[in-house]
Structures are given as C-alpha cells and as structure tokens.
Design a binder for this molecule. Sequence first.
Ligand code: FRU
Length: 496
Amino acid sequence: MNRYTEPKYRTILDAKENEPEQLQEKSASSTWKPAYHIHPGYGLLNDPNGLAYFNGEFHVFYQWYPFGAIHGMKHWAHVKSADLVDWERLPTALVPVEEYESHGAYSGASIEIDGELYLYYTGNIKYNAEERSANQCLAIMDKDGNIRKHENNPIIEGVPAGYTGHVRDPKVFKKNDTYYMLLGAQRTNLTGAIIVYESSNARDWTFKGELDLDLNLPESCYMLECPDYFELNGQDVLVVSPQGLEAEEHTYQNLYNVIYVLGEMDIENLTFKVGSHHELDKGFDFYAPQTFEGKNKERLLFGWAGMGEMDYPSDKEEWAHCLTIPRKLDIVDGKLVQKPARELKKLRKQAESAELRLYRESKVLCSDCEQYELEITLDAIESDTFGIELFSSEKEGLVLKFNRAEKAVTLNRENFEEKFGGEYGYERSSELEIGDAVNIQIFVDRSIAEIFINDGEVVFTSRVFPMKESTGIKVFADGSLDCRYTKYPLMGKNSL
Ligand code: FRU
C-alpha cells in the first residue's frame, strides 16, 4: 500500500520542538475559550468518543487534530472527571502510529467487559485524496487507566462487499450473550446505511448484514455516521448522523444533521421497526452525539458543538470547537427530550432571582454575564412575538424569538461582527405550540449557548463569537408578559 502523505497526516509524536506549547500559547488569551465546556487546549475537536462511567469516573474521549483548526490526522484526546464538572486532561489516548490506522483513529464507542473498558474505533486509511478504506480496531483501558491497542488489530480488516471505504464509527452492545457492532456505512450506490457485525467474545467479529431501517430517507442521503443505540423507558432508540439530507421548513437546516429514531430493534433479525423519528437538536452547531450510561444508570449525551465544512472565528487562534454540556435523555410524550445533567448544578454560584412585567418593550436582565445558567419562565403571555437576546450589546445579540401565530421559535445569529457560516443561513427554527407560558433553561459559556425550551422539548446548540462587551441578557415582547427568572453565574473550573 502506498502511504498517502500530506502535512496534515502527522501525529503529535512528530511535533516540532515547542510546537504544542506555541499552539497552546496562541489560544491561551482567547476570550472565546469556554470555561466549563470540554474543549481542546489547541487544535480541533470533533466527535465525542468512547464515553463511559467506568471504575467510578467519567471518561470522555474526543476526536482531536493537534496542529491547528483543520480536519487532519485524528487522535483520541482523553479527559476524565469524578463529577461531570471538574475535568482533568490525561495523555492522548490513541495516537495513530500503526499501518492499520495510518490516516487517523476515527470515532467509536466503548463498552465495559470484565472490568476493562473496550474502546472500539475506526482506523482510517487513505490511498490518495479520494480513495479510502477503513479498519475497525480495539484498544483496552484497564482499571489503572493504562490503554493498550489490541494485539490482533485490526479486529475487522477492510469493508464488506457492497460498501465503499466509508465504513466507520463502531458502537458495540451486548444482547443475549452476543456482542453486536453497528457501523455507519455507505453502499456502493452511494447511499447511507447501518451495517452490523457480531461476536461471541467482543474481539473476533463476523459480518452479519445490513440493518433494515425504514426511515424513508431521500436518495441524496449518502452516508450515515456515528450510529448509537440504547434502550430508554422501555423503547429502543437509535441516534444517527445522516449526511446529504435536504433542508425542509424547520428541519435539517444544517449541512449535516442528527436524528433520533424510536421503535423496536430486533438485532438478531437485523430489523429496526421505526415508530417515529425527529431531528435531535435545532441549533447551528450540533453533530455526531454519543450517549452512555451515567452513575445512576441514566442515559447521558455529549454532542460535538460544531459542524463540518465550515470556518469558525476561533480558527485563527489555532483551536476549534467544544463539546456540549452533558445532557440527560428521557422519552416524554413520544419524544426524546434533553435536559442538562443535574451534576451541572455544582457549577452554580450565588443565585439571583427577579420578576418583572413587560409591556411592548425590552428589558435588560444583566449587562455583564459571560458564563451562566438562566432559568426563565415567560407567563401570562399576551404577545405575538417575544423572546430573549443573549450576548447582547449595542452592536450584537443572539436572538431567540417566539412567534405565536407561526407556532415557531427561531434563533438568529446574524448580528455579530464575527458572523460566520452565512452560506448555510443565519437563522434556525423549530415548530412550537406556544401557550400561555414558556419555560427556558439556558447555558452560556463565552462562545456557546445551549437553549432548552419547555423542559428539553426543543433544544438549540449554537456557537457565537461575541465582542468582549457583548455580555448582556435582554427580554422583549411586542405585547405583555410576566417574566420570572433565576440566574446563576457558573464557575469556570475547567482549565483544559
Ligand atoms: C463525524 C466523523 C465520523 C468520523 C470522524 C472523523 O464527525 O466524520 O464519521 O469517524 O468524524 O474525525
């Protein structure tokens, strides 16, 4: 095999003297680096990987390219925490130095087996700029945190007949004494699929076939990335990141999307009977999420708060992206809802609460809020349009606007000096039945806002890159409403 070379395919082991320190230095003074979100010290972060509560600690790995804000040789970076709040950076977990992972240790998930954490990932192989293949690989972390790549890697070499080199992102689970691996794949007719391998020991795998998943996705869907599967409240849930969907009103407005599917999985017979499926997050920057079982067996999720093929203002500081906060998933009224993990309450500092009434006006709730949680209830609403402006200043603002007549809520991020991603539009929206009251929970952290509406029924995850003075919060209404809120400044313990 001819090894395809390009400068972006070097590992951290090839760093020049002081190169990492210089990169870290370049972003150290950034006012956009999140304080409590997991982010790279330098370089580019994308998908969360290998998430686990293992041996009394939370482990988060993520896709990481060290040498700038581009997608190059992907490593697995590693952070851990006892409480989902205070994160400690550990040495890079997977550095792709082997032939079977010659162009990156791509995404994957973990499962605990006999007291060890099995980390499955994809060894990406590139022959040239266009042609590629993929190997599935295993690394094992023991209780002391030592990570070793499996001696028989790759555990699955190449891709099965009928699929292109785009086969990746293993998710392994166990059912009735058999291990199953889901992989995102592309058929040779260039449409997306999920394929399945099985194993009795989690190390030796055989190809089982394609999952029959009747989602009615359009032919334009050319790839399904990062499949995830779990049971929740007695239902089977599949979360997957399709590429190539067409935007519709209120849905699939980003270049790449994430959907969840509720239904019934019969993995032995390779079927997933679809009950319903929806887009998971309505914001600008959300992709490739992964879930895992938390300390109390609850289902937690981290997503990549970013989007591919787009330049971000922090690129010039040699770092890009962060993960979302951890979110707890539940199924309510046939919908998957996301709420901030309750552990995040530990970040709260002194609460400040107030009540106010608005009548055809806007009011400032705060003028210097950088990293905070805001719980706000808008009640007795007699307004057609109303909402909240975050990162607000004379010149800037992220506008969340509810529109009763249109039964919709929109988020607009056009109004920033450092606006970006305009080629994909500056507004995102969701359908929403608006009654007399709306509750909203918001997490803001310097360059990210995560907005949970009506107990997580609608969620917007979005990055913005404000000027230093854009730290205000405003509420507005074209009619009347009552506003009650509690605001907590949040600690920024995170020194990643
Ligand atoms: C999703 C993805 C995965 C792949 C990884 C590479 O964002 O494209 O399919 O494994 O990123 O970094």
